[in-house]
Design a protein around this ligand. Structure first.
Ligand code: PHE
Length: 454
């Protein structure tokens, strides 16, 4: 495929919104607020910001450089920039990682649809806290219901991907990102105006430095990595669709700011509501599927219409945030099959969707009827989550930093950062320094630490 007929994003704004769409996802809503609460409120936010700006953005920029310079899918990109070397394996690793994350992430994304459906039918009204636990357990272990939502979610992702880069990914991001933003603002507005909400706001914003230790740094770094979608070629693939005049550093800063801002706003939805009813928020699926419907329900007691709307909008928000992320993972694998195996784009997308449905179904069943089947001691769902988030993503990120910091000709790096001299890149030296030394070392430390925790 030559450069001229390759698809691309039509505008700089499209490039920012699509990349921010990849970054903003379930990770912002179910993990960031919890980690903030757990690790010292504003103190964690400050450290997180440090991780995003000092490490996350340089790695994001390295992905952008690799993608835009090569105008190819992640695996093809390394082949073009380092022909005849083994670097292509970093790209292939990214494709595998994206495919695996998509498979289990879509299971949870599917659950958000079930909750949109239940919220729309006012199914949460009148439930006791125990019933929220029970109904989630019944649903997630049901042999067929989650599968239907999983397949629907993957088909929605497929539909956007099959429409192409500009008409599918870019156009849908331009609609979904503003929708997501409005939904968040409405929900924050409702949550902070609840009686007793100020305790939640204070909890979130009061820096408690006594909770800061090395674990906080590791948690912040791991969260920054997952939340910014780093290390598996998503942003590299998107950058291969950037135009020549898209400013890479500025785009990365915008994506980092949007992602962090949305994560903080998610905290302003969850903590004020939870504190107003005296419930301590937890993390992960149980936060969004058990604790929060209960919290929303109690917080708006006596205001059934508000409780209804709040829950419905919240699950819509989750579904939209998940969709903008799943399309970015899907694209990594679709672009790879399309370009490397010369398969028509729609067929490439169908292969990815089909493959993800198979693995996704197995993941989903591994939480229910297949609970007793363990691989390496874990159900498939947990295994994929563990291997990708704790192992493959940091590994991919470190290798990309090393590739740009050490291997790639610095003239190429300079040309990409300055758009062939048209822009200034005062942070050039700093970025190279971080990519060469700081990022690989920091990731190595998270790596060792996380592997010890098994
Ligand atoms: N960044 C997304 C989130 O916060 C998850 C994701 C990871 C998306 C990796 C794409 C690639 O939920």
């Amino acid at each position: 495929m030559n450069k001229i007929d390759r698809a691309g994003f039509g505008s700089k704004l499209g490039a920012i919104l699509a990349s921010a769409g990849s970054a903003v996802g379930l990770g912002n809503i179910w993990r960031f607020p919890y980690e903030t609460g757990n690790y010292g409120g504003a103190a964690f936010i400050l450290i997180y910001l440090g991780c995003v700006f000092a490490l996350g953005l340089p790695i994001m920029i390295s992905e952008f450089i690799i993608g835009r310079r090569s105008h190819a899918n992640t695996a093809g990109a390394f082949q073009k920039l380092a022909p005849g070397t083994q670097w292509k394996w970093v790209g292939r690793l990214g494709v595998i990682t994206a495919f695996l994350i998509l498979s289990f992430y879509s299971v949870v994304a599917g659950w958000t649809l079930e909750y949109v459906f239940e919220a729309a039918g006012n199914g949460f009204a009148g439930r006791t806290p125990e019933q929220f636990v029970e109904s989630f357990d019944l649903f997630s272990t049901n042999p067929w219901r989650p599968l239907i939502w999983l397949v629907l979610f993957l088909l929605a992702t497929h539909y956007i991907i099959a429409k192409g880069v500009e008409k599918g990914i870019e156009r849908s991001s331009k609609v979904m990102m503003p929708v997501l933003f409005v939904l968040i603002l409405v929900l924050v507005g409702c949550s902070v105006s609840l009686p007793g909400a100020s305790a939640g706001i204070e909890f979130l914003l009061k820096p408690d430095f006594s909770k800061v230790d090395s674990n906080v740094f590791l948690a912040a770094l791991g969260q920054a990595f997952f939340s910014l979608s780093l290390g598996m070629g998503c942003l590299c693939t998107y950058a291969s669709y950037f135009k020549k005049d898209t400013p890479l550093i500025k785009t990365a800063v915008s994506v980092g700011l949007i992602d962090t801002f949305i994560a903080i706003l998610a905290g302003f939805i969850i903590f004020p509501a939870a504190f107003s009813v005296g419930i301590q928020p937890d993390a992960g699926p149980s936060l969004i599927f058990i604790t929060l419907p209960n919290v929303f329900h109690r917080a708006f007691e006596g205001m059934p219409f508000l409780a209804y709307i709040f829950s419905l909008l919240f699950y819509l928000l989750l579904a939209v945030a998940a969709l903008t992320s799943t399309i970015s993972m899907h694209e990594v694998a679709t672009a790879y099959i399309h370009e490397e195996f010369k398969v028509v784009r729609k067929r490439a997308a169908a292969i990815v969707t089909g493959g993800c449905i198979i693995i996704g179904v197995l993941c989903s069943l591994s939480l229910g009827v297949g609970r007793n089947i363990a691989l390496f001691g874990l159900p498939l769902f947990d295994l994929l989550d563990f291997v990708t988030a704790k192992f493959l993503m940091p590994l991919g990120g470190a290798l990309m930093a090393v590739f740009v910091g050490w291997y790639l000709d610095k003239r190429i790096v300079w040309e990409e950062l300055t758009n062939d001299g048209a822009l200034k890149a005062q942070s050039y030296k700093l970025i190279i320094f971080i990519l060469k030394f700081i990022a690989p070392a920091a990731i190595f430390i998270i790596f060792i630490n996380e592997l010890n925790v098994i």
